[in-house]
Design a protein around this ligand. Structure first.
Ligand code: URA
Length: 210
């Protein structure tokens, strides 16, 4: 992937995103849309995966047919909202390995603190796709990718639903080697770090916690 930021402007993605942004959309519908949109975004983020061939026999003849090359890729969900994106991506790539990163914000230092970290072995040989619906300030995304790199990951991509310019800039500064795929680049962050126009709190909307 050459671009640092890819905005997927496919009509289906944009239509589903509008339904998700609408505050009148129920939790059940929001979750279903998230599942659908995450598959379309996953399609884009995996577009240039390395390929090889294997010899198979069709009912007609033998052929060298294309298959994905290398070790199974790793999906890493940044808790908790990442799990909403993870489900859909896993449906598309069922053999992917899965990891989780849990971070909370220390209210005094405002810095992300790790409370959970479990990732597949051999990260150095896998494509690692970190998933988190909202790239807002970028603080937790940058910290999660720091942790993945410390665990050996060398080929990382970041998948989100919405990005704020501030978060994209922060990621580009800290991790210029990590391409970002998103459904939209929104206008700005508000004073409490929410994306505007955004869709509100992604975790609350997908899990119905508010
Ligand atoms: N996290 C969210 O869930 N929503 C935002 O707008 C920003 C961060």
């Amino acid at each position: 992937m050459a671009e640092h930021l890819t905005v997927v402007d496919h009509p289906l993605v944009q239509h589903k995103l509008t339904l998700m942004r609408d505050k009148g959309t129920s939790t059940a519908v929001f979750r279903q849309l998230l599942r659908e949109i995450s598959q379309l975004l996953a399609y884009e983020i995996t577009r240039a995966l390395p390929m090889t061939t294997k010899t198979i026999e069709t009912p007609m003849t033998e052929m060298d047919a294309p298959v994905l090359a290398g070790k199974k890729l790793a999906l890493v969900s940044i808790l908790r909202a990442g799990n909403g994106l993870l489900d859909g991506v896993l449906e598309l790539i069922p053999s992917a390995r899965v990891g989780f990163v849990g971070l909370y914000r220390d209210e005094e230092t405002l810095q992300p603190v790790q409370y959970y970290f479990k990732v597949p072995e051999g990260l150095d040989e896998r494509l690692v796709i970190a998933v988190d619906p909202m790239l807002a300030t970028g603080n937790s995304s940058v910290a999660a990718i720091d942790l993945l790199k410390k665990s050996g990951a060398k080929n990382i991509r970041f998948l989100c639903l919405l990005a704020a310019p501030e978060g994209v800039a922060r990621m580009k500064d800290a991790h210029p080697d990590v391409p970002i795929v998103t459904a939209a680049l929104d206008e700005k962050l508000n004073e409490i770090g929410y994306i505007v126009p955004g869709l509100g709190d992604a975790g609350d909307r997908m899990f119905g916690t508010k």
